[in-house]
Design a protein around this ligand. Structure first.
Ligand code: ZN
Length: 94
């Protein structure tokens, strides 16, 4: 177990390398910037997921969901075939 100096009150507090650890003296986050960075990363991941053309929105109607699911399936199969072809080319002698 290590300790970290609290950015808020300046006292040393137990730090378990967790960005959500709080100061045992004042209750402030010991690493607010790292938590922020983690949050941003999560938001970025969420955004990318929603930008995905076949992202299934819970508000989509049944038919839209059906097409998106078909699209996802098609894309997955397509990528699998492409991966196989790439592997085949790489595996071919010469
Ligand atoms: Zn503190």
């Amino acid at each position: 177990m290590s300790q970290k100096k609290c950015p808020n009150c300046g006292k040393w507090s137990i730090w378990t390398n967790n960005v959500e650890d709080r100061c045992e003296h004042c209750g402030e986050l010991l690493s607010p910037s790292e938590l922020e960075r983690k949050e941003k990363l999560k938001q970025e991941q969420d955004r990318q997921e929603k930008d995905w053309m076949f992202y299934i929105n819970p508000e989509d109607s049944g038919i839209v969901k059906f097409f998106k699911k078909s699209g996802n399936l098609f894309y997955t199969v397509f990528m699998a075939i492409m991966t196989f072809i790439m592997w085949l080319i790489a595996a071919l002698p010469g």
